[in-house]
Design a protein around this ligand. Sequence first.
Ligand code: PEP
Ligand code: MN
Length: 447
Amino acid sequence: MTIPDLASLHARGAAQQPSYADRDALDAAVARLRTSPPLVFAGECDALTDQLAAVTRGEAFLLQGGDCAETFDGVTADNVRNKLRVLLQMAVVLTYAASVPVVKVGRIAGQYAKPRSSDTETRVVDGAEVTLPAYRGDAVNGFPFTAEAREPDPQRLVDVYNNSAATLNLVRAFVTGGYADLRQVHTWNTDFVRDSPAGQRYEQIAGEIDRALTFMQAIGADPSELQTTQVHSSHEALVLEYEHAMTRIDSRTSDPYDVSGHFVWIGERTRQLDGAHVELLRHIRNPIGVKLGPTTSADDALALAQRLNPDNVPGRLTFITRFGAGRIRDGLPALVEKVTAEGVQVAWVCDPMHGNTFEASSGYKTRRLDDVIEEVQGFFDVHRALGTWPGGIHVELTGDDVTECVGGGEELAEIDLHNRYESVCDPRLNRVQSLELAFLVAGMLRR
Ligand code: PEP
Ligand code: MN
């Protein structure tokens, strides 16, 4: 398969793209990216497709999570380790408590570009209304509310590449260098988490795993699966210049792969059937996802599956539904029923975040953990009733003790949000809330 050229993609009226003023700088950035080494290998993408095929068949569960928007400042050893740690802890809970293999995918090492509901943002500065371009993620412009920061800068695309490389290098080192060894299961449960009820429940599981490992050691069994694991990278494929420059023909198979991440997805705002994003991702061989919001009809979903996965390859396509807690029970069944009846191979994954965002009275964008849980429960109930497999969750979380979502065992309230609100985009579950969610989902999986 050949790769459509960038101009033809833009000719489709690509949604959610930055408007770059300096075309020469843009060309230079794209040229630099085109010659940069791949961040991931095609063979790794194929291996993930195989794992997602197991999810599609109902034999594994996908845990996909990370920041709404990564930032360049967030590329530190502590931050990356903390995110990895919460993913590993959640995966242990899901695997141990539900006895299901868990496929781990981070919203990490490339999640730098954001679609926005408005091109501009207006704030009152020194008593006067000021309107500037909206922040579109560190891939595009800066977060500070100044004209200079908000101007889209093509050099940032190269910075995305470099920061993704640094992050992925660290993730790979942590995972293969002993940090993800199951014998470390206790050490992942540190500091503030241990004192929470979820942390204590985790400690109990960790103790049981420890005993099982000691037993295995005693009988001389030491399988390599205990020492290492796999964590794949993923992000929304949004800025065409970046994703296109990172799309390469694999010498092994002669097929194009987007080597900027293992898994890429198309957002709710860019999934137009004839749009640029569907057109580009239709041509790559990576496993891909599409976000489906509450307005998606069953025919839309079928048309997307037909366009993006015409050979109906299991593992190639994941539908990430994000209906909102109040709409999933009514909206999801028709979609799942029709897609299933047509024999379409797809992994169904629940994003319980993006349909449940609201503005707190204090002005912070937030989500209630109860709504998140209610949407996941609705997702499980719908799939259980239809006899289909609830294949996974897609969540916005961080490994830190932030105060961005309300509720949970710590009873975070709207008045607490200002304490540690660090997201530059959507509110994330903190570490304790993430662990609580993992226990609840494990309970749903067990049934
Ligand atoms: C996101 O995942 O951060 C996002 C913008 O989601 P959606 O496309 O579902 O709105
Ligand atoms: Mn988000």
